[in-house]
Design a protein around this ligand. Structure first.
Ligand SMILES: *Cc1c(COP(=O)(O)O)cnc(C)c1O
Length: 365
């Protein structure tokens, strides 16, 4: 019950244990096409260029930035946690010029701040934002940020690593240009793949770059010849076959449940967790309007030792919750209810274990 990797069902683990086929085997190519279709359903997008990048969420992030950002480009980065800061580093390494719009830790990005900056810094090429900031448990209104960016003729990159599957992600509705996600959060597959989706506008933009994409591996022009070649597929790299089996099974389970059922399950179950935590006297750090249902951030009570409680949960109850990151290190716990792990049983178990640890002194001392 941490911030990911989330629990993986037996069904998905079983799929991973199937025998190997070649990465250009006709059966495997059919599976790749099916996974891409499933991803389009999850992203709510018709984008042709939709496929999983071989690598964790950060690899999808790198792919989006490497393709859309050229040296000298102004890139507006919305930063309200660790992952916004990681975006800034990527822009810098690519020779772009990051322009930062900050929000306080634990608060969402204010679209009005984004607009003010777009007005001021003429010629912004790309606007990047994190939908679900896993370091703070905050959801930002990326739909509003994308709409604004369109008006100022900027492309958008949206981090949907923790949001996809847990809350609505509407790539076409938002008219978002490049999105990336990860398999180990609300999709409940093991870590190792990063689903991405690029709009036609983004693909055109990449075709018309002044410079070559600096990364050979992440160049979507090259990747598409393997992942979405109309007729013949060509070798680019050896896809992690078993991971594709896993992702296929995890997406099948999610789409069988239905996206809106999954979203409402995350909402309902997390509200039970929140009332239970408040019942234990704990303070939830994020305002209700921007709380992520799949990740709840609570304040470590005064006088309580953060790492001691987490160690006891792990040792005595076999339960993992997350510690705070960055400004929240030592001050907050991050409790995940992601995908297959988002169950009432898990909520009850977490509340009773945490309650025990907070009430009783360390039994080993
Ligand atoms: C987990 C996460 C990432 C990075 O994913 P990795 O698989 O760890 O590389 C990026 N952004 C957000 C919002 C995340 O939660």
């Amino acid at each position: 019950m941490g911030p990911g990797p989330s629990p993986v069902s037996h069904r998905v683990l079983h799929a991973m244990s199937q025998s190997m086929v070649g990465h250009l085997d006709p059966q495997f190519i059919k599976l790749m096409d099916k996974v891409n279709d499933q991803l389009r359903s999850c992203f709510q997008s018709k984008n042709k260029m939709t496929f999983p990048i071989s690598g964790p969420g950060t690899a999808g992030m790198e792919a989006c930035f490497a393709n859309l950002v050229e040296p000298g480009d102004k890139v507006l980065v919305c930063r309200n946690g660790v992952f916004g800061e990681r975006m800034r580093h990527m822009v810098q390494r690519l020779g772009g010029e990051p322009i930062i719009v900050d929000a306080e830790w634990g608060k969402p990005i204010d679209p009005a701040d984004v607009e003010r900056e777009l007005k001021k810094s003429v010629g912004v090429k790309v606007v990047a934002a994190v939908h679900a900031e896993t370091s703070t448990g905050v959801m930002s209104d990326v739909g509003a940020i994308c709409a604004l960016s369109r008006r100022y003729d900027a492309l958008t990159i949206v981090d949907c690593v923790t949001s996809l599957g847990g809350v609505p992600v509407d790539v076409d509705g938002w008219q978002c240009d490049a999105v990336y996600s990860g398999t180990q959060k609300c999709l409940s597959a093991p870590p190792g793949l990063s689903p991405v989706s690029f709009s036609t506008r983004a693909v055109e933009h990449v075709k018309n770059r002044r410079t070559k994409v600096v990364s050979w591996f992440y160049d979507i022009g090259l990747l598409s010849e393997y992942w979405s070649g109309e007729t013949k597929r060509t070798y680019h790299h050896t896809a992690p076959i078993s991971m594709i089996y896993a992702l296929h099974e995890a997406l099948t389970a999610l789409l069988e449940e239905g996206l809106s059922k999954s979203w409402s399950r995350h909402r309902t179950i997390s509200s039970k967790l929140i009332s239970g935590l408040e019942g234990l006297g704990l303070d939830v750090l994020v305002e209700p309007a921007s709380r992520l249902p799949q990740l709840t951030v609570v304040k470590v009570p005064d006088g309580v030792n953060d790492s001691e409680i987490r160690t006891r949960l792990l040792d005595e109850f076999d339960l993992e919750i997350g510690g705070g990151l960055g400004q929240f290190a030592g001050k907050a716990w991050r409790i995940g209810l992601m995908g297959h792990g988002c169950t009432l049983d898990n909520v009850d178990y977490c509340l009773s274990s945490l309650g025990d640890c907070l009430r009783s002194p360390d039994s080993s001392k």
